[in-house]
Design a protein around this ligand. Sequence first.
Ligand SMILES: *Cc1c(COP(=O)(O)O)cnc(C)c1O
Length: 493
Amino acid sequence: MRNTLAIDLIFEQSRKGRHGSEFPASDVPEQPQADLLPADQLADSAPKLPELTEPDVVRHFMNLAMLNMSVDTHFYPLGSCTMKYNPRRNETLIATPKLAGLHPYQTESTVQGQLQILYELQEMLAELSGLPGVSLQPAAGAHGELTALLVGVAYLNDRAKQQNRPFERNIVLIPDGAHGTNPASAAYAGLKTVEVKSDSGGYVDLDDLKTKLSDKVAVFMITNPNTLGIFEKNIKLICDLVHNAGGLVYLDGANFNAIAGITRPGDFGVDMMHYNVHKTFSTPHGGGGPGAGPIAVNAAMTVFLPAPRVVCCEKNGQKRYSLNYDAPKSIGRVRSFFGSVGVLNRVYCYLRTLGATGIKQMTENAVLNANYLLAKVKNHIDVPCGDRCMHEFVASASKVKAEKGISAMDVAKRLIDYGYHAPTVYFPLIVKEALMIEPTETESKETLDRFADTLIEIINTDADTLHNAPHSTAISRPDEVAAARKPVLKYTE
Ligand SMILES: *Cc1c(COP(=O)(O)O)cnc(C)c1O
């Protein structure tokens, strides 16, 4: 049962003098505060913390948690985000004190096992992408985009220097269906973005790409499969066009879960890519701290990767692992220590437990599930470019909006009443009233059947019932723009 009660803020539940624990009286002399901290760092008064009993606090946070939807409680077909179930065995394996209890400043000889994991993970990611140079440092997909763009520019700059040419490439080409992080990363790297159109089939418009390629273009960033869930059938030709113009091809690997173990970006001409390990390799999304967005680059670019990387050498038949800081052409560090090691260890567990055949099966099932769902709903709601799909598809509520006044937002909000997390809505921007649906491989046929039936039922519901859905939640329709643009994050009396 969902909790439909509005929950008071913990500050509002506070009663003066209530507390959870009894501390013994202090048996050391009290120090004047001014002796402990410089005066300019002292607050005028103690912080106004809420005063509650321990059970009140526990219930408060349990009840808040139960208002939430999660992969562990609900089907969560949030397109592009790949909300697949995260196997518990990953958590058990990485929680061993032999890994979780390590300190990043320990000497290398005492952390050989951890270094071996990181080294083998570099090797596995290189194998999966067909790109031999891997950096585990970036803390998210978007951070990987930025890191790889900096690596790409460093490489191009170096190449121009070797050829005694001025370096003038500062444009990043980005398809109009791209995720917002792509242009943001390019801007952050100090580069200009130019948009490339999609054609009516949802593919990169080759004529438009040709007119935009020039000797000013540094990188073409492409998502493949793209955000419509379609594999770019011209990908080899696209890579050739970009290379012939002297540029590099970057693959946004957010949809790698649709091709892992089937094809390799390095084999179809890509120069560099990132992995979203929370999408493809079942690490937790957000929540527990920084994530990981490793990158892989081609052999020529490897020397520009962030340092240190883990290297392995063999001495007297024994493998020794160490961190290599000797990287004069490296762009430098992008993250403290060696990246989010706790997250990377989960990736390693996932890949080792699946193995090569398991990864291929994961991918095939993700694509099968998406196509099954697509086939069930496409006679009821428009799916532009949706004959077949990869791991996700984008439906459009345009027609039902025109005919019955039901928007993508109405459908998404009503799904919550039926116990489903809503799909991604209004993205990609090139599809009007978009509903981006990604079931993932971890769902059963029964779950997909129930979801399809519910979606169809909602589309055939009276529009007025939908306009103020969800009816089952503590808050129905918050002002989402204000919540994003003017968040109120602290309590003021
Ligand atoms: C999720 C996503 C990103 C950003 O990745 P983060 O790991 O969330 O930073 C980039 N591109 C696409 C297509 C995505 O779906």
